[in-house]
Ligand binder design. Structure first.
Ligand SMILES: [Zn+2]
Length: 255
């Protein structure tokens, strides 16, 4: 069964038909979904969805796009969310230098990124990293804090991917691998051992070709597995099985 390791099913985009969509996942071959938090509020929604669905789990974290109003209380809130056995990671957290260019914005992002990395380290939980045009800083930060985890929607070089493998990280790929101009991601897939690759949709964003611009959902994670199967020259069923085992190993869950 497919394991979508990153789908924002708490997003408002799913308000109209969330239950119906969730019910349709098994027949589309989607067995497991990890719902990452993007704010404290969204982490709570992710927790509720995970509680209601046996094969869902969630992560608690504040996305770099939502940290401008973050406070110490939010770190405490994440820590208590993390007590839930279905909370399998801290995320998504990281740095976004694509949307945020001002030095003071980047300082704030860095501060709260480090606070959340520290929390993950203290709790012994893996992290889900959002790295947009901040590759070296994200790499340095996770190695300094000595945490493990995954770089979601991997967009850096094949060389960095191999360095991440050395420090116990995984790289996760989205429908972006079906886009023109995804060369870097494809090169990283070529180099990475399959045992360190995860697949995800990042729903409701990043729908694969030919569905771009439409709302994405976990059923489309198959398109990512198909690209990996082509690049690696192995049957898609093996990609589906191995990437699910990888996610289960990283997030310490039973399939
Ligand atoms: Zn995301």
């Amino acid at each position: 069964m497919l394991f979508d390791s990153h789908a924002h099913l708490d997003d408002r985009a799913f308000d109209a038909d969330r239950e119906e969509l969730i019910r349709s996942l098994p027949e589309a071959g989607v067995g497991h979904v990890l719902i990452p938090g993007s704010s404290v509020e969204s982490s709570r929604k992710a927790q509720a969805l995970a509680a209601a669905n046996p094969n869902f789990c969630f992560a608690a974290g504040v996305h770099p796009g939502s940290i401008s109003t973050m406070t110490r209380d939010d770190i405490d809130a994440l820590a208590s969310l993390a007590e839930d056995p279905k909370c399998v990671a801290i995320g998504e957290i990281g740095l976004d230098y694509y949307y945020y260019k001002l030095p003071e914005e980047r300082d704030t992002q860095r501060y709260w990124f480090y606070q959340q990395l520290h929390l993950a380290y203290e709790l012994g939980l893996p992290v889900i990293i959002h790295d947009r045009e901040a590759h070296k800083e994200c790499f340095d930060a996770v190695s300094r804090f000595g945490v493990r985890g995954v770089f979601h929607c991997y967009s850096s070089s094949a060389e960095m991917a191999m360095e991440l493998v050395k420090i116990g990280f995984y790289c996760s790929f989205t429908g972006v691998v079906t886009y023109q101009g995804a060369r870097r991601a494809l090169l990283a897939i070529e180099r990475l051992p399959l045992e360190r690759i995860l697949i995800e949709t990042d729903s409701p964003y990043l729908a694969p070709v030919p569905l771009q611009k439409q709302r994405n959902d976990p059923r489309n994670v198959l398109a990512v597995a198909q690209v990996i199967s082509r690049i690696k020259g192995i049957p898609v069923d093996d990609v589906i099985r191995i990437t699910a085992e990888n996610a289960a190993r990283l997030f310490r869950i039973e399939l």
